[in-house]
Structure formats: C-alpha cells, structure tokens
Write a protein that binds this ligand. Structure first.
Ligand code: FAD
Ligand code: UDP
Length: 418
C-alpha cells in the first residue's frame, strides 16, 4: 500500500515526493505518462551530444532563499545571468527595453536620467492597468509597444495583448539603466549537471517508486494508495465537467549546426518576423563546450500538450469552478503545480507552492512540527525540515549513495524503474 500516488514527475510532483518520502517516511508512487522524470524541465543530450531542454529553454531564477537552498541539496550550480536580444527594425537590441535599446533603435545617446524623460514623453498613462496592453502602453507608449510586444504576444498566445491579464507582459520590465539581464532575481543559476540529474538526486530515495510511460488512469484502480496528489491539468482530471480550460501549446524545432556558436546570444526574440517567437542556443545556458551547437525555435499553437495556462478573467473564472470541486474532493486528491492549479508559474514558484503544501500536509497529519524546521509549523522553513537526515545530495551523483535511477529510453509499456 502506498501512502501517496503522485501524478506528474515535474517540479511539483518531485518536490512533494521527495519531501513526503524523506521528511515523513511516506511510501510514494510517482507516476508520469512521459518516458522521463523532470516534467517540462527535462533535459537530455541530443544525437550530437549537446545538452538540450526538450520542452524549451529553462533558466532557473528566484528570490527565495528557501527554494534555492532546498534545490541546492540536489545539485551544484553554474552561475548564469540570462540575456535576451530582440530582433527589431533590422537590429539586435537588448530586451527588456533599457537605455541601450532606445539608443540603438533611434540613434540617440541618452543617459539613464534622460531615458526617464524619454519614457515620460512617449508613455501613454492609463487610469486602470487591467490588460497586457495597458501595462506596456502606459509605460513605453504605442510605438515601442508595437515594435516589441504586440506581435510577439499575438504569436505566443493567439490573442491580442488587450485580451490578456496585465500579469503576462508585466513579467518583462522596462529599465532606464544599462542592466541588460533578463532577470534580476537574487539567485540565478543553472544546475551544474542539468535538470534531469537534479531530479534523479531528488528522487533517489528507497520510499519512492517511479513509474514512467504510465497514465495514472490506467493504474489508479489497480494499485492501492491512500491519497492522490495530481499535478496534471485539473480540467482533464474532472473530465472537463465545466468545459476545457484553455492552454497554449508549443512546437519545438531543434537544429544542430556544425559550428561552435550559432547566434549572438542565448535567446533572440523575433516579435515581428517569422512564425516562431524566439530562438535559443543551449550552450549559452549550459556552458557546455562542444564543437557543434543546437538551437530550438518555438512555434506557439492552440493544440498539443498544455504548456501555458492562459491568464485572462474568463479562464480564471472557469478555473475557480474546478477549484471549488477540488476543495470538495480534498480528502481524496490534492492539486499542485502549473497545470494542477492553472497558474503561469515559474519553476521556483512551483517548488515554493509544493513546499507549502507539504508543510500543510505534515502539520495536519502529525499535529506537530516534523524535522528541523523553525518550530512554528508554518511556511517553507518548516517544509524544509529534514526528518531523517537523508537530503544531502551532492549535485553530481547521488545524495544517498545509491546508483542513479534508470530512465528507460524506449519502451512501449509502463515501466516501474525502482
Ligand atoms: P510539469 O513540468 O508540466 O509536470 C507535470 C507532469 O505531469 C508532466 O511530466 C506530465 O507528463 C505529467 N502528467 C500529466 N497528466 C498525466 C497523467 N494523466 N498521467 C501521468 N502523468 C501525467 N520556468 C522558469 O522558472 N524558468 C524558465 O526559463 C522557464 N521556461 C519555460 C519555457 C517553456 C517553453 C515552458 C513551457 C515553461 C517554462 N518554465 C520556466 C515554466 C516551468 O516549465 C514550470 O514552472 C514547471 O516545469 C512546472 O512544473 P510542474 O511540475 O507544475 O508541471
Ligand atoms: N513578451 C513580448 N515580447 C518579448 C518578450 C515577451 O511581447 O520580446 C511578452 C509575451 O506576451 C510573453 C510575455 O511577455 O508571453 C512573457 O515573456 P516571458 O519571456 O516571461 O515568457 P516565457 O519565457 O514564460 O515564455
């Protein structure tokens, strides 16, 4: 009998599996319908031997010390600051828009102070900031909005920015200084040996059984368990009772080139040209040294695997219906993760959410604090308590001295790998 059936071996499912097994000694069956662990953060070596991210570029960044410290149990890090260029008006300019972007675009020599004045002169303030169009136009005006945001957003989401929540384009700031980094979080790094190795270290615990290539629907009635944690799409779980939640999908086109470097930076965004949104060259992210290089082009589409929840009011309303259904079923199944809670979350937010959920579970089931938390039974510090001293992964091998888990390359049937 398993204590938990966890559906989905991405950040949400793997964090919860690790915590429940290691922190509380629970027996966990972790199931994923894909052939591998790691969810959308899965990475692997392609035929040329270049480390790639199979589901698009993943860059780790967070302001949460607890999340960073937690993941640091399972990996060493490579310091990495991410930079993005945008191809606009025939030039490659820094994105997010900063003073250099404006100077390059308009042939100016503005200082940071003058950039503030420039932005004031072009901004078209709006009384209410509700949509993704409002956010950008009120900050940089219509011309820059059209050059950098309008068409990229239409390609990415199949919607006009005026139809999307403000939170979507608000992810990308506008700066008056020369900071060309895409993120400014306190912790920015890539797992030294890749995401998949990190997941392997997280899941290398004797209480965790991993089953790949298995839809939970096919096994849930055959394998006894006490409680389910579901990190797949919540609408699918409830058989679309209130109708399908919209997701945005992607198609990835990988290309390997027989040269060391392909493009001028890690990511080049193409707001106005081509059908794809951006092109990423992985070696910038991973630091791998290799005579060849692999890039990926992203084409957004409506159909296919669900990658992005679509943040807009009517979808939030539909999700709320599923959420209240989930609350009524909470004794049997709990939902977590980007698809399980229909939130446009980054990896660190998913880990934080999973740690908080674990904290609630461990407090509720024991009535007292587990492990070496802060003693108040709340929040992340509590979740990070280490019940049996296992979590000491060293980042390049195995935290507990066991062999790496075996992730089958090809199989036509469900496979229990431990
Ligand atoms: P997932 O990783 O989606 O895992 C869910 C798992 O559930 C999947 O493996 C799926 O196969 C499994 N599953 C679903 N249904 C079933 C079923 N019926 N039976 C069995 N298994 C099932 N975040 C960042 O912080 N930085 C980035 O740079 C970044 N870049 C991104 C780029 C792209 C293109 C995308 C799509 C996302 C990016 N993200 C990034 C977000 C990041 O991928 C997510 O925050 C994170 O991976 C979500 O983890 P999760 O566990 O919630 O979901
Ligand atoms: N965006 C844009 N132009 C850009 C970069 C981003 O219009 O050059 C908008 C677009 O709507 C995108 C959103 O900002 O979906 C968030 O960008 P981010 O890079 O965070 O997207 P993600 O990496 O999650 O795909």
């Amino acid at each position: 009998m398993f204590d938990y059936l966890i559906v989905g071996a991405g950040f949400a499912g793997s964090t919860l599996a690790e915590r429940l097994a290691c922190g509380m000694g629970k027996r966990v069956l972790l199931v994923d319908k894909r052939m591998h662990i790691g969810g959308n953060a899965y990475d692997c070596y392609d035929e040329a031997g270049v480390l790639i991210h199979k589901y698009g570029p993943h860059i780790f960044h967070t302001n949460s010390k607890q999340v960073f410290d937690y993941l640091s149990r399972f990996t060493k890090w490579r310091q990495y600051q991410h930079h993005v260029l945008a191809s606009v008006d025939g030039q490659l300019v820094p994105m997010p828009i900063n003073v250099d972007t404006i100077n390059m675009l308009y042939g100016l020599k503005l200082s940071s102070l003058e950039m503030e004045g420039f932005l004031e002169s072009v901004a078209e303030p709006r009384e209410q900031i509700k949509t993704s169009e409002d956010v950008v136009i009120s900050r940089v005006g219509k011309e820059l909005y059209e050059k950098f945001f309008k068409n990229y957003t239409r390609k990415q989401w199949g919607l006009d920015p005026s139809e999307l929540d403000a939170s979507v384009t608000a992810r990308v700031p506008t700066r008056t200084n020369r900071d060309t980094r895409y993120f400014t979080d306190q912790y920015q790094a890539m797992p030294l040996n890749g995401f998949t190795r990190m997941f392997e270290n997280m899941l290398a615990h004797e209480n965790i059984t991993i089953m790949l290539n298995a839809d939970y629907k096919d096994i849930k009635d055959q394998i006894p368990y006490r409680q389910m944690i579901f990190t797949g799409p919540i609408d699918e779980f409830f058989e679309y009772r209130f109708g399908p939640l919209p997701y945005r999908s992607l198609q990835f086109q990988f290309e390997t080139h027989d040269k060391q470097v392909f493009q001028q930076g890690a990511v080049i965004n193409y707001p106005n040209d081509y059908a794809y949104t951006r092109c990423t060259e992985f070696k910038y992210l991973t630091g791998q040294v290799h005579p060849k290089t692999t890039v990926v082009y992203e084409y957004a589409q409506a159909e296919g695997d669900p990658y992005y929840p679509v943040p807009r009011p009517e979808n939030a309303e539909l999700y709320r219906q599923y959420q209240s259904l989930a609350t009524s079923e909470a004794s049997k199944v709990v939902f977590a993760g980007r698809l399980g809670t229909y939130k446009y979350y980054n990896m660190d937010q998913v880990v934080a959410q999973a740690l908080t959920l674990y904290s609630k579970i461990s407090t509720a089931s024991n009535g007292h604090v587990i492990g070496a938390g802060n003693g108040n039974g709340n929040g992340l510090a509590h979740a990070l308590g280490n019940g049996n001293g296992h979590s000491n992964g060293n980042g390049n091998g195995n935290g507990n001295g066991k062999g790496p888990i075996y992730v089958p390359k090809r199989s036509t049937k469900s496979e229990v790998i431990r």
